[in-house]
Design a protein around this ligand. Structure first.
Ligand SMILES: *Cc1c(COP(=O)(O)O)cnc(C)c1O
Length: 496
């Protein structure tokens, strides 16, 4: 006795959520996000769950029958939220604050509503042309010359991988693209240089590009953690003399541990002399160049072959958005373009097809959110917010400098401070200093009120505070400082 399903039941069997339900739940979700962003401090910044807690509450298999969205949203709050570390929390000051903004969220929402694939110009002309335009706006904001053209990728790791692949492509007579590394003669002797403070993504890019870890030469840094350009010069000359083929240097503007800035003008001159591809990793630091008083951090970068800056690191853009620029985009295209019949279009030679500029075919419409963010805040709005972060960082650095129980461990050119607590005893061992700081970090993070991270400099444990959230105010920075002072005193007392 087959019955014809009633209208409501049919909806459950075929098609998408009914528009009126989408509207209702859509309003609910936006309301939830608005309340959440109004008070992210209601949650502990660092999730308090133990490994496996979330997993154990999730059924082992997906439902056979449709479930009510009401119930799904309830479970989001009850089962998922406890396992969230709140990057939006104003006291999230670990790593680099990947912080979004409301215009960015609206951009993401519209992009996912449209759900276009920005692989070819014709698969959404606006997605391609807005990407060209928004990337050019950002280029002007950070002050790169008009010879640089942009492509959006998900992360700096991928941007740098693309740069290394392009650098490899530009080596005359190699033909790795056609013959592979094994068939390319001296490809096994390709050498890439980066400072010992460079991001791990550079070495990963070298691994993926077949350069291998042995093909990466790490250059030492001085007391201020900047690449030693003399050492780079010696390394290149030594390598050439012993049969290596230097093909790529990666300079960093704003290293991940200390935010140090490599001497790009000198490095660029060396690269020009030896015809080496210069890639600049300015994932975090490049954002600051939007400020005229910080524009100097990109000095010399106009000579680079490629550069990456991540709006998702410090320009209020929700994850993910990495801006890759190159003066030689044709080389990038040469490295990656491979067009099967079914992706050929009549307008191929009049337009940019972004699928030609990287390993991926499908591409999200990321430009929409950046365009909305740039228009909503405007250049001056972005500048005042960046300035405030830098002011807060300098204020915190001054408290550290003035306190007998603390010391700063690196210069603070941006909004990230490296510091540690110290035992006054002259003969205190490195181990006991490290133990003190490890405990201090644990205590501060366990409160759920603040989240800091650490690094190791010259073998010693160092605490890091990175300020980049739109919601972080002086009160949060001061609160964290007071807690640090209080806890450091406590640990020292109990340690006797
Ligand atoms: C964060 C960071 C990266 C990696 O960025 P992703 O976008 O997460 O891949 C690379 N380089 C530097 C200097 C960074 O600070």
């Amino acid at each position: 006795m087959d019955e014809v399903p009633k209208k409501d039941e049919r909806r459950q069997i075929l098609g998408d959520m009914p528009p009126e339900d989408f509207r209702r739940f859509g309003y609910r979700v936006i309301d939830w996000i608005a309340d959440y962003l109004a008070h992210p401090e209601r949650y502990p910044v660092l999730s308090q769950v133990k490994p496996g807690d979330i997993l154990s509450h999730l059924p082992e298999s997906a439902p056979d029958q449709p479930e009510d969205m009401e119930a799904v949203l309830q479970d989001f709050e009850q089962q998922i939220l406890p396992g969230i570390t709140h990057w939006n929390h104003p006291a999230f000051m670990a790593y680099f604050g990947i912080t979004g903004s409301c215009p960015g969220i609206l951009g993401e929402l519209l992009a996912s509503g449209l759900n276009v694939n920005a692989m070819l110009w014709r698969t959404s002309p606006a997605a391609t042309e807005l990407e060209q335009r928004a990337m050019d706006w950002l280029r002007q904001w950070v002050g790169l010359p008009a010879t640089f053209e942009g492509v959006v990728y998900d992360t700096a790791s991928i941007s740098s991988l693309v740069a290394v692949a392009a650098a490899r492509e530009s080596v005359p007579g190699l033909a790795v693209r056609e013959k592979g590394l094994a068939g390319s003669g001296d490809a096994s002797r390709l050498r890439l240089y980066a400072s010992e403070q460079a991001h791990s993504s550079i070495e990963k890019a070298a691994i993926l590009a077949g350069i291998g870890r042995q093909g990466v030469r790490k250059i030492g840094t001085g007391a201020d953690f900047r690449m030693d350009a003399d050492a780079l010069e010696r390394a290149i000359e030594e390598d050439i003399a012993s049969g290596w083929r230097p093909f790529c240097v990666v300079a960093t503007v704003g290293t991940t541990s200390t935010t140090s800035i490599d001497p790009v003008p000198r490095i660029a001159a060396l690269c020009a002399r030896h015809r080496i591809w210069l890639h600049v990793d300015a994932a975090y630091g490049g954002c600051a160049a939007v400020l005229p008083e910080m524009r100097h951090v990109l000095d010399g970068c106009e000579e680079a072959d490629s550069l990456v800056v991540n709006p998702h690191k410090w320009l209020f853009t929700p994850l993910d958005f990495s801006a890759f620029y190159s003066r030689k985009l044709s080389v990038v295209r040469q490295a990656f373009s491979l067009v099967p019949e079914y992706l050929k279009t009549p307008e191929d030679n009049q337009v940019r097809n972004f699928m030609d500029y990287g390993p991926q075919l499908g591409r999200r419409f990321r430009a929409l959110k950046l365009w909305m963010i740039m228009r909503y805040f405007g250049l001056e709005g972005v500048r005042s917010r960046l300035r405030e972060h830098i002011r807060l960082a300098r204020l915190f650095a001054s408290w550290v400098d003035d306190h007998p129980d603390f010391e700063r461990c690196a210069p603070t050119p941006f909004s990230t401070i490296c510091f540690r607590a110290r035992l006054e005893k002259e003969n205190a061992s490195i181990q006991s200093q490290d133990a003190l700081n490890e405990k201090l970090l644990e205590h501060v993070n366990a409160t759920g009120r603040f989240f800091l991270s650490h690094t190791r400099l010259n073998g010693r444990l160092v605490l890091r505070m990175a300020i980049g959230n739109l919601r972080t105010t002086e009160a949060h920075v001061r609160g964290c400082w007071e807690l640090l002072c209080e806890q450091a005193a406590l640990i020292k007392r109990t340690a006797g």
